[in-house]
Design a protein around this ligand. Structure first.
Ligand SMILES: C[C@H](O)[C@H](O)[C@@H](O)C(=O)CO
Ligand SMILES: [Mn+2]
Length: 434
């Protein structure tokens, strides 16, 4: 390892040691944390099952950056590149529309065999898989309703799809020897203020009861339910609101998924974790970055991310929290998007582990809020970057922005060669020939 990295690390250790912060122990703990990296950043949520379907469900991807994956093999290749630049062993999160099959198969008929190549690949990579039914971008969700649809036949289709998704998730968990989380998110809602808010929620509750009626071994599979405040076209009312799923999750022992972009624009999810943790089996996070709306920007080291890291670490919630990412930006290199968002999420956890939590807690208990504020502010400039550099070097991934060179080279060698992309790379701000 480079001498300067070790020297800076040792100096940082000494500083943190003054507050009894065990840096080596923090790095050991960090190694065991798995981030669930969402496959859908790699192709702008298109998937491979229904290539002609427009993205629907009130979510949207903008940007025309070259190199979106067009096949499962390309997506895996891009994920491998990203994984090679992120410290640690993680998970990949798949949606049902990412089935890798030549068969013409609809969502309600999907089975584990349609994902066998993903399972084989995950085994090779030594990573886990998570799963999601895709209740959007389909003819049967055109009017904006799925599990709460008033038409029982359409509702049945989506119930059967979610049942199929759980079987696939359980297969992932069993094959890969690590729990797979299957997360249900539906777009159902109204553009304008409804008269009957109750009936769609009654139908959704019944549909979920049906979907979850088959018990699955929690060692290999867990269910999660994801709420939302509004989407494009469902501004006035969303059936699966936060209150709905919080109630359902608590009553039925399901993981409650908190997506950082699914609340009011100034409402964060960090502050909800301690409260929910007292009543739930576990929490699933969709770490995202809403900008003015649920825009799903790439996760940066902003106040919300720092606070999420702190809440998980300070309250010992890492054990019962599954950390997933959920953003999709088509305006920048998609591999870089994964790398930036995932490295930031891990870095925020490390940063939280290197805070003088005990000293801060004591100050707070004594009512010494001056010390609390002073320490919190001073620790913002403590050298956690030196610890991060050491961690990256130790884990065999590029230190600091060195990863960007690798992504730029990959862009030239692989991404710009992909068919549908017009090769005038300078138009996209690429440094041709460098
Ligand atoms: C594609 C994802 O499943 C989707 O983004 C969902 O998790 C969500 O957050 C919808 O807004
Ligand atoms: Mn989400």
């Amino acid at each position: 390892m480079r001498e300067d990295i070790v020297r800076n690390y040792e100096a940082a250790k000494e500083l943190y040691g003054k507050y009894d912060i065990d840096v080596d122990q923090a790095l050991q703990a960090l190694e065991h944390i798995k981030i669930s990296i969402h496959c859908w950043q790699g192709d702008d949520v298109r998937g491979f099952l229904f290539q002609d379907q427009e993205l629907s469900g009130g979510i949207s991807v903008t940007g025309e950056y070259p190199g979106a994956a067009r096949t499962p093999a390309e997506l895996r290749q891009d994920l491998e590149k990203a994984l090679s630049l992120i410290p640690g062993k993680h998970k990949v999160n798949l949606h049902a529309i990412y089935a890798d099959t030549e068969e013409k198969v609809d969502l309600d008929e999907l089975a584990p065999r349609h994902f066998q190549t993903w399972v084989d690949w995950a085994k090779q990579q030594g990573i886990g898989l998570d799963f999601n039914p895709t209740c959007f971008s389909h003819d049967k969700s055109k009017d904006g309703f799925t599990l709460s649809h008033p038409d029982p036949d359409i509702r049945r289709f989506w119930i059967d799809h979610c049942k199929a998704a759980r079987k696939i998730g359980a297969y992932f968990g069993e094959q890969l020897g690590q729990t797979c989380v299957t997360n249900i998110w539906i777009p159902d809602g109204y553009k304008d203020v409804p008269v009957d808010r109750l009936a769609p929620r009654q139908r959704l509750k019944e549909a979920l009861d049906d979907i979850f009626s088959e018990p699955l071994d929690p060692a290999i599979h867990l269910d999660a339910v994801e709420s939302k405040l509004f989407g494009i076209g469902s501004e006035a009312y969303v059936v699966g609101s936060h209150e709905f799923y919080m109630g359902y999750g608590i009553q039925n022992n399901k993981l409650i998924c908190l997506d950082a972009g699914h609340f009011h624009p100034t409402e964060g999810i960090a502050g909800k974790l301690s409260a929910l943790s007292l009543f739930t089996e576990g929490i699933l996070l969709h770490v995202s970055r809403p900008m003015r709306w649920d825009s799903d920007h790439v996760v940066t080291m902003d106040d919300e991310l720092i606070e999420i890291g702190r809440e998980l670490v300070r309250n010992g919630l890492l054990e019962k929290t599954f950390i997933g990412l959920d953003f999709f930006d088509g305006s920048i290199n998609r591999v870089a998007a994964w790398v930036i968002g995932t490295r930031n999420t891990i870095k925020a956890l490390l940063r939280a582990m290197l805070e003088p939590t005990e000293a801060l807690r004591q100050a707070e208990h004594k009512g010494d809020y001056t010390t609390r504020l002073a320490l919190l502010e001073e620790f913002k400039s403590y050298p956690f970057g030196a610890v991060w550099d050491y961690y990256c070097a130790k884990m065999g991934v590029p230190v600091r922005e060195q990863w960007l060179e690798e992504v730029k080279a990959y862009e030239q060698q692989v991404l710009v060669q992909r068919g549908h992309l017009e090769a005038e790379p300078s138009a996209f701000g690429l440094n041709v020939g460098q």
